[in-house]
Every structure is written in C-alpha cells, then in structure tokens.
Design a protein around this ligand. Structure first.
Ligand SMILES: NC(=O)c1ccc[n+]([C@@H]2O[C@H](COP(=O)([O-])OP(=O)(O)OC[C@H]3O[C@@H](n4cnc5c(N)ncnc54)[C@H](O)[C@@H]3O)[C@@H](O)[C@H]2O)c1
Length: 393
C-alpha cells in the first residue's frame, strides 16, 4: 500500500514537472445556471453552498428521501430555486429543464448507501440507473435536439459543444456540461498494492456500485453516441459536515458520544481513501471550469486509512475508550481496498486535495458536537435501521 505522504509527494512532483512543459489550461467555462440533482444531500448540499458563494444561479432537484434534508442548504435558499422532484419522473424533469435551461448539470442524486443496497437493490436500480437516463435524455433534448427548447435560446450549435476543441475561447466559455458523479467503487477492489487509474477496467461488486457503474457508463455512452458533453467524476469516500449518520464516520461519532458499542465490520482491516467534502466540491467546481467533455477524472486525497484506524482516531479526538469497539459480522462482498491515482486531475485541472485527514476529522467531529440537534432528529429512524444492519451486536 502506498502511504499518503509518498502518494501526495508523487502527485505534486508529477504536477510540477508537468507544469514545466505544459501550462495549465485557462478557464474555459463560466456557467450561467447550474442545475444540481441531489442538492439536499451530503455532497450535493456542500456543492450548493459553495456555488452560491460564487454567485452562480443554482436550481436544485431533490426527492427528499430519508437522506435528503433542506436544512443543509437553508442558508442558501434565497439564491436557490428548489424543485421537490424524483429524477425518474421524465415529464417533470423535462419540464424543469425546459423552464430553467441550465447550461451546467451536476448530477449527485442517488441511493448512496452500500448496506441499504444489500438489503434491497430495487431503489438503487431505479434511481441510479433509470434516473440518470432520464436526466441525460433531458439534457440531450435541451442542448442537442433541433426542435429542442435550448440550443437556439442559449446560442449554441452542436459543433460548438466542445466535443472537438474549436480553440475559440469566446464561444467556449458558454459550453454546457453534464457532470456525472460516479464513485471509486466502480473499479472494484484492490489488494494491499496498486491504484485505480481512469483507464482501469470497471469491476463493481455491490448492488450499489453496479448501479453507479451503469450510470457512469450511460453518461459515457451519451457522449460517444450523441456527442452529449458529459464529464465523469469518480470521487473516493467523502466525510465532513452534514453527512447522514448512517455512514461510518458519523455513526462512530454518534455512538461514541452516547457511550454505545461501535460496530466495525470484520476486523476493521478494510481500507478507504478519505476525502474532505469541501475539497471534493472544489474539485467538481474546477472541473466545471476546466474539464473536457468525454473525460473521466478520479478525485482522491491520498489519505488511505484502515476502518479500525478511522474509528480509533475519532475515539482519540472524543477522548473515549477503544473498549467501545465491537467487531461485527463482515459486510457481504466487502471490498478490501480502494485507492485512486489522481495524476490526471492534478495535472490537467490543477486541483489537489488541501485538507489532511487529521484536520478534516477534527473539524468534522466538532461540527457534529455543535449540531447534535440535527443529528438527534434522525436518531429514531436510525435506531430501527441499525437493528437490521448490525443485527449481531
Ligand atoms: N458519500 C460518498 O462518500 C461518495 C463517494 C463517491 C461518490 N458518491 C456519490 O456522490 C453522490 C452524492 O452522494 P451523497 O453521499 O451526498 O448522497 P446522499 O445520500 O447524502 O444524498 C443523495 C441525495 O439524493 C436525493 N435523491 C435520492 N433519490 C432521488 C431521486 N429518485 N430523485 C431525486 N433525488 C433523489 C436524496 O434525497 C439526497 O438528498 C451520489 O451519486 C454518490 O453515489 C458519494
């Protein structure tokens, strides 16, 4: 396994040497109206908060499932147009695209929790695959169709979309783009060594990751088949403020605060690459500005941690005993390790994760301590859910 220091240095080295021969490309896209699906979710809401600060016009579509919560964007609502809508509802989604005419779509909406996909895969197939297809079709109709409502109004022609670089900077900053948020889980798992590159063959293992892989591939098919300007992003595990407390880090914080047993799958040896959510969103915003249609970019931090070490670092911050840790039956099909190579986004986009794991984790724990009212509202629902998932505690 590559340790974080080695990987970060390596990424910076290759970034620097690359810069000597190739200056970073100038900003090529300046969005007028960004449509965000899943904008009331964990990462989507961080995107909305940051985009609003940049004065972008933001339209949010969210079904507000158990995982969605408008409280996450309450500070931004004046600048956001919100639609409570299911992305699988073709007529309504087309209506929204027609009315709002976004020039950027950032597609986060998904069923996002692997454990839930093991209990019931059906909503994952419906939302993640069918929902993505509905959105791609709506964008295709808006941006590409002759009788469509968008291209003429927006002043684009198909050949201006940037599928082939025209080199015309005046036009190119208006180019629309569909950002398809995938995941590192599309690649499957690694052993102790190696990394996933954007070219690594996809080999997903859980119903969640299979549904995300299908959505990822659909986006690329729409680029290849229709010339729809799609960029695919594959981030690693995010953590930070406002994460729904069913995912590892908030579960540990919450259980530790209540002096409850902390469930850890297997022996806690599985390794994930932890990316601070604000950094992930900065990467997405940078790709909107500078990314090329048809491209795939990994978004990782280089901070690889065993699950057990993540748990221990939270316990340390909270000054709680490691005796709270309880090993539970491993998740079926549990991927051992993910690790992303990020040379491409470092060199071509000029983005690199800023927040080291310890700092990010301290800020995250503090946020949960300061926002227990929000977390406690989720507790009744969560306790019923935990009974099903961690039944062996
Ligand atoms: N959280 C991570 O660590 C991580 C890592 C890599 C990739 N991703 C991907 O990033 C995206 C966002 O993840 P997240 O952690 O913020 O998820 P999340 O579960 O916190 O949020 C998902 C949002 O989508 C909404 N939604 C669900 N089904 C919908 C539907 N049918 N129509 C409209 N809205 C719907 C929910 O209400 C919620 O607001 C997902 O696509 C996920 O697969 C997440």
């Amino acid at each position: 396994m590559m340790n974080k220091t080695t990987k970060k240095l390596r990424a910076q080295d290759s970034g620097n040497s690359e810069k000597e021969t190739q200056t970073p490309k100038p900003s090529i896209r300046n969005p007028k109206s960004i449509l965000v699906t899943g904008g009331a979710g964990f990462i989507g809401s961080e995107f909305v908060r940051q985009a609003v600060k940049k004065n972008s016009r933001v339209v949010v579509i969210d079904k507000l499932t158990y995982a969605g919560d408008l409280e996450r964007i309450k500070g931004a609502t004046e600048k956001v147009t919100f639609y409570k809508a299911d992305i699988t509802n073709k007529e309504f989604i087309e209506h929204i695209f027609e009315k709002e005419k976004p020039d950027v779509v950032v597609h986060f909406a998904a069923e996002s929790h692997v454990d839930r996909s093991i209990i019931d895969a059906a909503p994952f197939i419906k939302t993640n695959i069918e929902g993505t297809q509905v959105l791609l079709d709506a964008a295709k109709r808006l941006w590409l169709s002759k009788e469509g409502f968008g291209m003429k109004d927006l002043g684009f022609r198909v050949k201006d979309l940037g599928v082939e670089d025209s080199g015309d900077m005046d036009k190119s900053n208006q180019k629309p783009i569909f950002i398809n948020i995938a995941t590192d889980e599309v690649y499957g798992e690694l052993g102790v060594n190696g990394q996933f590159y954007e070219t690594t063959p996809l080999n997903p293992n859980s119903p969640y990751s299979v549904s995300k892989t299908s959505a990822d591939m659909l986006g690329r098919a729409y680029f290849r088949t229709f010339g729809l300007p799609v960029i695919t992003l594959r981030p690693s595990n995010n953590y930070g403020y406002w994460q729904y407390p069913e995912k590892l880090i908030p579960v540990v914080i919450l259980k530790a605060l209540n002096n409850e047993k902390i469930p850890v799958y297997g022996k806690g040896e599985n390794i994930r690459e932890w990316l601070y959510v604000a950094d992930c969103v900065e990467a997405i915003l940078s790709v909107i500005e500078k990314g090329k249609p048809g491209e795939i970019y990994n978004i990782g931090s280089g901070f690889e941690k065993k699950n057990i070490d993540v748990v221990k670092s939270i316990l340390r911050i909270l000054n709680k005993s490691e005796d709270l840790i309880t090993f539970v039956k491993d998740r079926p099909g549990h991927d051992f390790r993910y690790s992303l190579n990020t040379d491409k986004i470092n060199n071509e986009i000029g983005w690199c994760a800023k927040t080291d794991f310890e700092t990010g984790m301290e800020m995250t724990v503090k946020w949960y301590l300061d926002n227990m009212d929000w977390v406690n509202k989720k507790l009744d629902y969560l306790r019923r859910y935990w009974e099903v998932v961690y039944s062996s505690i």
